[in-house]
Design a protein around this ligand. Structure first.
Ligand code: NAP
Length: 312
């Protein structure tokens, strides 16, 4: 099968790229191995995406984007892209049962939660250790949980957890949160949240499920134990670059380097959204990246029309 543009990843960046490229008259396929919508689908309230006076769920927002892309003719293929080959300027991507040729690729593979890498974390994942408050929060009605981290995710998801949990401890390694000011202010007013500063988790303990965490205070040098029913880990994100990391230039954190036109170092491969090296990771910047990447892909195809026209 031949396409003009293949979008890898159907989060906000990929969906926006698909809308722009398909509306521009290009033949577009979007590949997604997991959930259409990406990481934002598990966010209950998206309240800073322009155009919505009141919060919208991440699921509703991205579901609308998907239908918008389909209206312009974008095809959605539920499959993991496992290989990429280059044949001149043409790209060949492979899934477990098919090969697809395309002129341009827009790489929007996003990012995944970073692990804390402490003893007990892996063993107790799904048994009290979670990376998704929206998915698991309701299991902790009336219980005590700890949220690890001090960024936007930790604080927003911690506040979400106060809907169910009796008590939410926020364990942060410094004395100052990284989260945006408005999010911090709300959290400080929430009487169910308690902040444990300058502290890191050394171990997550429990037999069949989480029962306590071992904490180390970096200022006082003291070790403490906190009894909890659940541990929600939000210590940042890691880019999903496995497919293309050997071909693309990456920054020191492993995020894909692009210019402001979303060009990567490989002609005809563009990157957009959380996988890209950038300062602000928001739905609005992801959709903006996607639109620019689609525009750049269209221009690149146009500039190479003679080459692609001669292809059989
Ligand atoms: P983040 O901003 O990178 O924050 C990660 C937090 O985890 C930081 O507070 C960091 O501490 C802490 N941390 C990192 N490694 C740790 C370790 N080994 N042990 C203990 N703590 C550790 O990640 P995020 O909160 O997941 O957010 C990711 C991106 O999405 C950000 O760009 C964020 O702005 C965006 N986002 C935005 C919204 C929104 O606008 N509503 C919501 C969610 C996410 P330090 O502060 O000491 O480094």
């Amino acid at each position: 099968m031949r396409y003009d543009v293949i979008v890898i990843g159907a989060g906000p960046a990929g969906l926006s790229a698909a809308i722009y490229a398909a509306r521009g008259g290009l033949k577009v396929a979007v590949f997604e191995k997991a959930m259409i919508g990406g990481q934002i689908t598990v966010t209950e309230d998206v309240e800073n995406y322009p155009g919505f006076e009141h919060a919208i769920t991440g699921f509703d927002l991205t579901d609308t984007m998907k239908r918008q892309a389909q209206r312009f003719g974008a095809e959605f293929i539920e499959a993991e892209v496992t290989s990429l080959g280059l044949e001149g300027k043409c790209k060949i991507i492979g899934t477990s049962d098919n090969e697809y040729r395309t002129k341009a690729i827009i790489y929007c593979s996003g990012a995944s939660p970073r692990r804390l890498n402490v003893p007990g974390e892996e063993r107790l994942t799904g048994r009290g250790v979670s990376y998704c408050a929206t998915c698991d929060g309701a299991l902790y009605r009336g219980k005590t949980v700890a949220v690890i981290g001090g960024g936007d995710s930790a604080i927003e998801e911690g506040m979400f957890l106060t809907r169910f949990a009796e008590k939410v401890y926020v364990i942060h390694r410094r004395h100052e949160l990284r989260a945006q000011y408005i999010i911090q202010q709300r959290a400080f007013k929430n009487h169910k949240m308690e902040f444990v500063w300058d502290t890191v988790v050394q171990e997550i303990k429990g037999e069949a499920k989480v029962s306590e965490i071992e904490l180390y205070n970096r200022k006082t040098d003291k070790i403490n134990f906190l009894t909890v029913d659940g541990v929600f880990i939000y210590v940042g994100i890691l880019p999903n670059t496995t497919l293309l990391e050997s071909r693309l230039n990456l920054d020191s954190g492993g995020f894909v380097l692009t210019d402001e036109y979303m060009h990567t170092n490989v002609p005809g491969i563009f990157a957009a959204g959380d996988v890209r090296s950038k300062v602000l990771r928001q739905v609005v910047t992801a959709t903006s990246d996607g639109a620019i990447a689609a525009w750049s892909a269209e221009k690149w195809i146009e500039d190479n029309q003679e080459y692609f026209g001669a292809e059989k």
